[in-house]
Ligand binder design. Structure first.
Ligand SMILES: Nc1nc2c(ncn2[C@@H]2O[C@H](COP(=O)(O)OP(=O)(O)OP(=O)(O)O)[C@@H](O)[C@H]2O)c(=O)[nH]1
Ligand SMILES: [Mg+2]
Ligand SMILES: [Zn+2]
Length: 342
């Protein structure tokens, strides 16, 4: 058989355990990873995720074989809960990151800052989507807080119940563009997707009232094609197109090599630091510390500074984790070659 002839490039639409839902040329089909390319390798190999472009050997009769992931233009990583295993890619190849927070109990500025950092670092452009506008009668109050931390990032208020706000999002849904949804469980990501698709594709869930925590209704990630015409609940029709990726609410996103991302959300702090008298200033008791001065005068909000410090700690943690993983990999390789020599 001529393998070249059966090679296709496909998009990963969903991941169901070891089976991948793939799409190309108007056809949905399934694939599995080619074992020697992904498991029995010397290096840690990442697994494909939703949004990835993969090269497959197409099989008409059953599951196709996924040979490799093509280079990604953007990606979100998530810390692997199992120590010693590589971090996992959550979604790839998106253009816009819709950071979703609800206009009621999920609204946390520190969380937003964190999402912004992760978004800039992912390679996508962040857009802030404040959900459940129908439950809120003081949007300006929230929007002004958003503007304080999100320099130059667009923010919108939407409601999946009334359809309000969706008209303003038309520009993001275009052929060839992909949007990924990011945000805590229960903020209404799947409801947002259903509104765009005009049908219930993703199950949505209630919130446990006692603690306002979402229930993690969505347990997998999935990519959808957005219709070219979207009819909103109020009957209005807007133009769509492109793709949208729904994800489960995420607790831990990895912050790694985040230098670039950090500068955008914390430009103000970076520029203050450059004004400290000592280049190794710890911003505690040193004379001529620009951070202390700004905190005292109120020019720098205590909360914003705390978020920055926390992110730095996380970054150090992520780096330490990577080093441990690398050392473990090296050891595994040494053990393997020792066994082979025997
Ligand atoms: N009032 C109101 N409720 C909403 C809106 N959007 C979603 N909800 C409700 O909020 C709850 C959670 O919505 P989901 O869409 O499942 O939230 P999610 O972000 O997908 O949650 P996970 O899948 O757990 O990450 C459901 O009960 C929805 O009906 C909205 O715009 N207004
Ligand atoms: Mg969901
Ligand atoms: Zn200082």
């Amino acid at each position: 058989m001529n393998y070249e002839m059966n090679t296709k490039i496909a998009t990963v639409m969903a991941v169901h355990r070891e089976r991948y839902e793939l799409y190309t040329e108007n056809e949905t089909f399934y694939g599995r990873l080619k074992t020697v390319n992904f498991y029995n390798t010397k290096e840690l190999v990442e697994f494909p995720t939703v949004g990835d472009e993969v090269r497959v050997i197409y099989n008409e009769l059953g599951d196709s074989q996924i040979m490799e992931i093509l280079p990604r233009k953007s990606v979100f990583m998530r810390l692997n809960a199992t120590q010693g295993l590589p971090d996992q890619a959550v979604a790839a190849n998106f253009d816009y990151v819709f950071i979703t927070m609800s206009l009621n109990r999920d609204f946390h500025i520190a969380k937003l800052e964190r999402y912004l950092t992760v978004s800039w670092q992912s390679g996508g452009t962040p857009v802030i989507i404040l959900t459940k506008a129908d439950l809120c009668d003081d949007r300006e109050f929230y929007l002004s807080q958003v503007r304080d931390v999100a320099f130059g990032v667009d923010a919108y208020c939407v409601s999946s119940v009334t359809g309000e706000g969706f008209t303003e999002l038309e520009d993001y849904f275009q052929k060839g563009k992909t949007v990924v949804l990011l945000g805590s469980s229960g903020v209404g990501k799947s409801s947002f997707v259903n509104t765009l698709l005009g049908r219930t594709e993703m199950l949505t869930g209630g919130i446990r009232e006692a603690d306002a925590q979402g229930r993690h209704t969505t347990t997998y990630k999935q990519c959808f094609y957005v219709p070219e015409k979207i009819q909103l609940l109020n009957g209005e029709i807007i133009t769509g197109g492109g793709r949208i990726i729904d994800t489960p609410g995420m607790r831990k996103l990895i912050i790694s090599e985040m230098e670039e991302g950090k500068e955008k959300s914390f430009e103000d702090i970076e520029s203050l630091i450059s004004g400290c008298r000592f280049s190794d200033c710890q911003h505690r008791t040193e004379p001529g510390c620009a951070i202390r001065a700004a905190l005292e005068s109120g020019d720098l909000a205590e909360k914003h500074w705390k978020t920055y410090l926390n992110l730095q700690k996380e970054e150090a943690y992520a780096k330490a984790r990577r080093q441990v993983l690398e050392r473990r990999m090296e050891k595994a390789q040494r053990d393997m070659s020792r066994r082979q020599r025997r």
